[in-house]
Design a binder for this molecule. Structure first.
Ligand SMILES: [Mg+2]
Length: 497
């Protein structure tokens, strides 16, 4: 389980029953396995581009997107003061859910229990959270909610929280759902008309942190006989600029970035790529008309397409293909549901998660201690309650009515109260520790993968749909191209004992 990876130390994770070479690797370089996978059985390895091969500097790109979005909102007639409002780009966390009706942002555990809730950026009081979300099961798929499932979508959550705060502070009556709709449309428009991508394309070093080991990682896969493809939703021009920035001139063996790949598909419109039947077109250059393609040629660029035709043209399918992406819905979930492609999910936040988990070892140990003591105290409480009952019964039956039974009765009562007090104190202590640990992960939301002792709804999706997950693509380069990634989850709870 995710929890095991995050909490346990290296020896604990890897010592049990796998022969991973992970043992020697620092945690942020490891590839984690949900579902066992033999790399030697993979023929094609595909990559998404944005947030997968291209790792964005999140704070920079968030600020750019927020600024562009708010500008568009004002153009739509929102008050100009909105530009001066406060937007905290570090506030949203991947995996949170927006309640458009109420202007709230929520974090859930895997059972869809809302554990944290904010109105704008202000935490909702506990009773309000109960009233709104704990009376009935919330329908995540309904129109009322919007899932923030990519890093790309964090800015819209930051704008939403900031704008809700802004209008609330003015005492304005507001249709929170309309506000969200306007934000969504504004950010889409900013992406479409180049207000965001053009700025990025012209300042790549400001927005993108190239991975110095990316080229050698791709080369290593190629040398082992794997075929590589790029499958991105970005358009040809942007892809060309980005990939040249990431790979151009990295290795003498590869004259251009295109030489690393056997097939390049841009403007793929994932998730539609997996669900619809759009034709594969050959891109002929800027301003030129694309033409229908009937085969793939190396060094050319293709557009659009669909899963079925793509598999036919590369001559491989299903579990011979490993796809590496960052988008749980567009890359990983759809690939899993519509095809039998194996998947690797890139989770950039893992560096922070692993650091926070490492720093929290003492607290985790303390919580475990408290849990253990709590179990013992509960046993003691139950035993004492039984004893008290029996003294009570004896007294009622008139069997024991002397002083000593009176004393025993009082002593038992006192002991029970003492145990209850200890339980209360432990609970309070555990809550405080959890708060400290949460802060270390993410102010406000806590861990990306966990919620309390449960896996978060985001962590749950990662577990369900990603065969492997890791912080960055070049981590694959730390493993042999024939590596057997073994899932540690071979046991069910009843087998663990
Ligand atoms: Mg992506």
């Amino acid at each position: 389980m995710l929890l095991d990876h995050l909490k346990a130390d290296a020896a604990k994770v890897n010592g049990v029953r796998d022969e991973q070479p992970s043992v020697g690797l620092p945690v942020e370089r490891r590839v984690y396995t949900n579902r066992s996978l033999r790399l030697d059985q993979i023929e094609w390895v595909g990559f998404d581009m944005d947030y997968t091969l291209a790792i964005y500097k999140q704070a920079e790109i968030d600020r750019l997107s927020i600024e562009a979005t708010v500008k568009k909102l004002v153009d739509r007639g929102y008050p100009p003061e909105l530009i001066e409002a406060k937007y905290d780009e570090s506030f949203p966390l991947r995996g949170i859910l927006i309640d458009k009706q109420e202007g709230n942002l929520l974090k859930m555990d895997r059972f869809k229990y809302v554990a944290k809730a904010f109105h704008g950026s202000r935490e909702l009081p506990r009773d309000k959270r109960r009233e709104l979300y704990h009376q009935r099961r919330i329908r995540v798929d309904s129109d009322r909610y919007h899932w923030v499932d990519t890093l790309y979508a964090l800015p819209e959550a930051a704008v939403y929280a900031g704008a809700v705060d802004f209008f609330d502070s003015r005492g304005d009556q507001l249709d929170y759902a309309q506000l969200f709709k306007d934000i969504r449309e504004s950010i889409d428009e900013a992406h479409r008309d180049g207000a965001i991508v053009d700025v990025i394309e012209q300042n790549l070093p400001r927005f993108v942190a190239p991975d110095p080991e990316l080229a050698t990682t791709l080369h290593k896969l190629r040398s082992a006989g794997k075929k590589l493809f790029l499958l991105t939703n970005s358009r040809a021009g942007y892809t060309e600029s980005m990939m040249t920035y990431l790979l151009g001139g990295a290795m003498a063996e590869y004259p251009t970035w295109r030489h690393y790949f056997d097939v390049v598909v841009v403007a793929a419109s994932k998730p539609k790529f997996f669900t619809e039947r759009r034709p594969i077109m050959e891109y002929r250059g800027k301003g030129e008309e694309s033409t229908r393609a009937s085969r793939f040629e190396r060094l050319k660029i293709y557009e659009g397409g669909n899963l079925g035709e793509f598999e036919r043209l590369i001559g491989a399918s299903g579990d011979e293909v490993l796809y590496v992406g960052d988008h749980i819905y567009g890359d990983v979930l759809r690939a899993k549901k519509e095809s039998a492609w194996r998947t690797v999910m890139i989770i950039q936040e893992m560096a922070d998660e692993l650091r926070a988990a490492a720093e929290s070892r003492d607290e985790y140990a303390e919580i475990d201690q408290i849990e253990l003591r709590r179990a013992k105290l509960m046993d003691e409480l139950r035993a004492r309650q039984v004893r008290l009952k029996s003294i009570e019964r004896d007294r009622e039956d008139g069997v024991e009515r002397d002083e000593s039974s009176q004393d025993a009765y009082r002593a038992e009562k006192r002991a029970i109260e003492a145990v209850r007090q200890m339980l209360r104190e432990d609970e309070e202590r555990a809550r405080n520790i959890e708060r400290t640990v949460d802060e270390r992960f993410h102010r406000g939301w806590g861990s990306l993968f966990k919620e309390g002792v449960e896996v978060s709804s985001f962590g749950d999706q990662v577990e369900e749909y990603a065969c492997l997950y890791t912080m960055k693509v070049s981590n694959l380069g730390s493993y042999s191209p024939t590596h057997y990634f073994r899932s540690p989850r071979d046991y069910m709870p009843h087998e663990r004992g």
